[in-house]
Ligand binder design. Structure first.
Ligand SMILES: Nc1ncnc2c1ncn2[C@@H]1O[C@H](COP(=O)(O)OP(=O)(O)OP(=O)(O)O)[C@@H](O)[C@H]1O
Ligand SMILES: [Mg+2]
Length: 232
């Protein structure tokens, strides 16, 4: 089981958007995937409720993260867990970074974003994880801005994903409808960006996307039911 954290201390950077799109990409690739939402806003978990089908999601406080991850590991069924994190500079993102195999940091282009980014990178490094940035919401054709951003990022201790997410309507639609760009607009540029990103992330995590799933898979809800029985 691999753990992917989506983290930025900057609000609105695209954490939840990335979380749901990567989760659906993993599901479509035949992986068993779950979202663990440690943001009290619970945007991803709410989105999954609205959607009413896989990928499943659960909202928990970060203090319960290690326990849930170790239960899921013990069940041996999950391929990928994606952790959506809160915007505040608190402990939650760091706790998730300690548990993560890979930390993906969505990054928008403004000067204020650079300040928040420095804090997120420092916290990742403290957790001994080298973060990987995903340039998000870039304006299509704004090559000069993208070049400036890349140049400004050189001095930061992080990698940059080879895929750029542009400012595209299907990403916004996904947050409203419960269905992502790959599902509603499979031929769109947004769907292509996600496909590329997911292929690349799978490689970073060593995930095999060809594995056939056992339909009797243990889910987050069965884990929770078992916990409740044990506590009763
Ligand atoms: N590439 C994109 N193109 C267009 N809109 C985007 C893109 N990425 C994110 N958005 C939009 O930006 C807004 C903020 O995104 P999102 O909620 O994913 O950020 P967040 O980092 O999870 O925010 P928070 O810190 O509040 O949890 C949403 O309305 C989302 O639809
Ligand atoms: Mg969010």
């Amino acid at each position: 089981m691999k753990v992917l954290e989506i983290w930025s201390e900057k609000g609105g950077a695209g954490k939840s958007t990335l979380t749901i799109h990567i989760a659906v990409a993993a599901k479509l690739a035949g992986l068993k995937v779950a979202i663990i939402d440690i943001d009290p806003q619970a945007s991803s978990a709410d989105w999954a409720d609205q959607r009413g089908s896989e990928p499943e999601a659960v909202a928990i406080p970060s203090s319960r993260l290690d326990k849930l991850l170790s239960d899921l590991r013990a069940n041996g069924d999950m391929d990928l867990v994606i952790i959506d994190t809160p915007r505040e500079a608190n402990n939650a993102g760091y706790i998730a970074a300690l548990a993560a195999d890979f930390v993906l940091v969505p990054f928008k282009r403004g000067g204020f974003d650079f300040r928040a980014l420095k804090r997120t990178i420092d916290s990742c490094l403290l957790a001994k994880k080298r973060p990987c940035l995903l340039l998000n919401g870039m304006r299509i054709g704004a090559t000069r801005v993208e070049a400036d951003v890349r140049e400004a990022l050189v001095e930061h201790e992080c990698d940059i994903a080879p895929v750029v997410f542009h400012d595209r309507a299907p990403y916004v639609t996904a947050s409203i409808t419960g269905f992502t760009a790959q599902e509603t607009e499979p031929d769109s540029a947004a769907a292509a960006e996600i496909g590329e990103l997911f292929t690349w992330i799978s490689r970073q995590l060593g995930l095999s996307t060809t594995r056939q799933r056992d339909k009797k898979a243990v889910s987050l809800s069965t884990t929770k039911q078992r916990d409740r029985k044990a506590a009763a």
